[in-house]
Design a protein around this ligand. Structure first.
Ligand code: ADP
Ligand code: MG
Length: 694
């Protein structure tokens, strides 16, 4: 029987699986024998070491081997059946109790040798409620007790015992048909055990060492297939030579630098040269630029835009919010005006006539650079000659949104940007098909931001502090979360911000100018408020989280976040990045009451580090890779076995092997790779386009 047939082998072919059980197993995602073989234990218990009754640790889980001394059934007045059994070894006696399982009586005989496992308690006597047990029969297979025992993730009405029994059955009957997928030479090179050994030992490990080897093998296989898919995707992008060959003249770089009021940092220069290399090649650029908030990604993007415009193409910049798009519009058009570059804004909030005009200009090629929001892809916009697509805060967009913009041109170059640093582990998985650039350092002269985590009773002091900063010429943000637990309990961020805006203006800062900004405002209103803030006509900006992304006001020095425990770590870091953009000391103040362990760690991390990559690593660890921003949106299947943080070294190895394989056999046409190809297709059926393989 080969793998294909085995895959179809319905779980009901196994002994002990009737229609009812099959349905329950279905809930666990187990429909076939193969599903079962790959249904991995959640953890393991070492039941190989029996403890003597005199040595048992009360409160701990213990395996005990002994003989049945007595047993019997009693019934309480309320009608509960209690089955009790006394077990003895040379050193003492322990009592086992089961409620409402009178049938257990049939299983035992006096003096019979048994093994029990469970949590030891002591109420006058030593006892274990509902222990797992196994009757010692000489020579029989014992899968439940007496060794390293698998503990499976389960649903109601399916017992550990039952799943262990089934897995044992499946292994005995079907393991020999599980075909090896990984090429032999690669397994030898990477010291991976074969599939059958791995499956056997992942369920019933002979030792913890074997378990490690089995786990490594199974996780490697999963990572390897993923990386193989990414390698193929990247190969496809790289081999298409139909991109735009931009020509790079050194004079352009010089005139660009003259426009700037600052010197580019070494990181910025390096990234610019990487982009020049990509853009001057006939292969389409597909590059992700990471850089902490304020590291100067926009300047780099502007140069790339200039490059495409000077080559006779158009550039498009898509940002996730209207505020951000407008801010880019103002900055970029100011900067490039002296060079005669035509910059246009396209957002949903424009009045229809103006919007129509802008669209016509784009179509005719009269506008060189268009900056916008989702409107760029939603409205029917046609570019005359699109050469470069820049997507800011790219993780706020889905895969399809990003490719929609790309498809408005003929293989334009693409630059994705993100201010939420992506941990290397995640980048390698989710963005494994992109080229990566990182701006490592912040521009010179930036002062560090001091972060305080404070409790409610310090509030008065914080207000005083803000008032002082304003007196010294600075400005401040106060941000409210979606849900707010202050007095009067408004339910939404909007209500909280609006409510507090009135209160703060009237009672706390009567002599200062406050502004309110939130997502429900009309675009014009938002614009006016932001402009006022920028022109220092507002001292304190009260806001919902609309302020989170990309806002750049150098004079603001305080970011106060209310109910900060309700924000995610990356979000807090983003908010903090709104200050510290000028030449004076800045402060991020988190007021909140972190009750959960995770909230405490978020606060600690914020106080300990300002390094966006560290924050991101920690965030990833706290939330898990599935929850971490964007992962779900990228169309990659979730990992079933491996954990990209814990198993990072395996991922690295799998990646280098996968990329090497694609280098040697770009279309996986070698018959020796047939099994890999087969597995790859099965794994990514309908989830990833795999062109040109086989
Ligand atoms: P990001 O987009 O990475 O958050 P920006 O490009 O908005 O950062 O830059 C933040 C601020 O720093 C802007 O006001 C920008 O003009 C300024 N800036 C960018 N690069 C430099 C540099 N090399 N030296 C000094 N200031 C810089
Ligand atoms: Mg930015």
């Amino acid at each position: 029987m080969d793998l294909m047939q085995e895959k179809k082998q319905d779980i009901r072919y196994l002994k002990g699986v009737g229609p009812k059980k099959a349905e329950l197993l279905g809930k666990l995602g187990i429909g076939t024998v193969e599903d079962l073989l790959y249904y991995l234990p959640r953890r393991y218990e070492d039941r190989g070491n029996f403890s003597l009754i005199k040595d048992v640790k009360v409160g701990g889980y213990q395996a005990i081997r002994g003989n049945v001394l007595t047993f019997g059934l009693t019934r309480t007045r309320k009608g509960v059946n209690i089955f009790q059994l006394a077990l003895g070894d040379k050193t003492g006696v322990i009592y086992c109790t089961w409620f409402n399982q009178p049938f257990l009586k049939k299983f035992f005989k006096i003096e019979q040798e048994i093994i029990i496992y469970g949590k030891v308690e002591k109420h006058r006597k030593l006892q274990i409620s509902h222990p797992e047990f196994e009757i010692v029969e000489k020579g029989a297979h014992s899968v439940n007790i007496g060794k390293i025992v698998p503990i499976y993730p389960l649903t109601r009405d399916v017992s550990q015992r039952y799943v262990r029994f089934l897995t044992r059955e499946a292994i005995t009957r079907f393991i020999s048909s599980a075909k090896e997928k990984l090429p032999v030479n690669m397994r030898a090179r990477t010291h991976l055990v074969d599939l059958q050994f791995a499956l056997r030992n992942i369920h019933f490990p002979g030792s913890f060492e074997n378990l490690d080897r089995a786990y490594r093998r199974i996780v490697f296989e999963e990572f390897f297939l993923l990386q193989l898919a990414l390698a193929l995707k990247k190969r496809d992008a790289k081999t298409s030579l139909n991109g735009i060959t931009h020509s790079v003249k050194p004079s352009l770089g010089d005139s660009f630098k003259k426009l700037l009021t600052f010197e580019l940092t070494p990181s910025q220069l390096k990234v610019i040269s990487e982009i020049e290399r990509d853009m001057s090649s006939p292969k389409p650029m597909n590059r992700l630029l990471q850089g902490d908030v304020g590291s100067g990604k926009t300047a780099v993007a502007v140069y790339a835009l200039l490059l495409t415009v000077k080559n006779g193409y158009q550039g498009a910049v898509m940002a996730p919010t209207e505020i951000l798009a407008r801010q880019h519009y103002i900055n970029i058009s100011e900067l490039l005006m002296p060079l005669g570059v035509n910059v246009r804004l396209l957002v949903a909030g424009l009045d229809p006539q103006k919007k129509l005009r802008v669209k016509q200009e784009i179509e005719k090629g009269d506008s060189d650079i268009v900056i916008g929001t989702h409107a760029l892809i939603q409205e029917n916009v046609d570019f005359k000659k699109l050469g470069l697509v820049v997507i800011d805060e790219q993780h706020k967009f889905g895969v399809s949104q990003r490719s929609l913009l790309r498809e408005k041109g003929l293989s334009p170059d693409v630059l994705l940007m993100t201010a939420t640093p992506i941990p290397r582990t995640l980048a390698m998985t989710v963005y494994g098909d992109l080229d990566m650039s990182v701006i490592k350092e912040l521009p010179k002269g930036r002062r560090p931001i001091t972060t305080y985590c404070l409790e409610e009773e310090k509030r008065e002091k914080v207000y005083q502090f803000i008032a002082e900063e304003v007196k010294n010429g600075r400005q401040a943000y106060i941000v409210y979360p979606r849900i707010w637990s202050g007095k009067g309990s408004p339910e939404t961020s909007l209500k909280a911000a609006a409510h507090m805006y009135n209160k703060l203006q009237e009672r706390i800062f009567p002599s200062l100018k406050l502004g309110l900004i939130h997502g429900r405002m009309k675009v014009k209103e938002k614009d006016e408020i932001m402009k006022k803030f920028k022109d220092r006509k507002i001292d304190i900006l009260v806001s919902t989280t609309v302020i989170e992304v990309g806002i750049d006001i150098a004079n603001a020095s305080v970011m106060l976040v209310e109910n900060a425990e309700r924000f995610g770590l990356s979000q807090l870091h983003q908010l903090r990045g709104r200050v510290g953009r000028g030449d004076f000391p800045s402060y991020c103040i988190l007021i909140g009451n972190p009750k959960t362990e995770s909230a405490k760690r978020r606060f600690d991390t914020m106080q300990e580090t300002q390094d966006g990559f560290k924050v991101a690593e920690e965030d990833l660890e706290l939330r898990g890779s599935g929850e971490f921003f964007g992962t779900r949106q990228h169309g990659l299947p979730e990992l079933r076995f491996g954990n990209i943080l814990r198993d990072f070294d395996i991922m690295e190895q799998a990646r280098s092997e996968a990329f090497e394989l694609v280098k040697c056999d770009p279309h996986l046409a070698d018959p020796r790779n047939a099994f890999v190809l087969d597995a790859l297709k099965k794994r990514f059926e309908g989830k990833l386009e795999l062109a040109n393989v086989g």
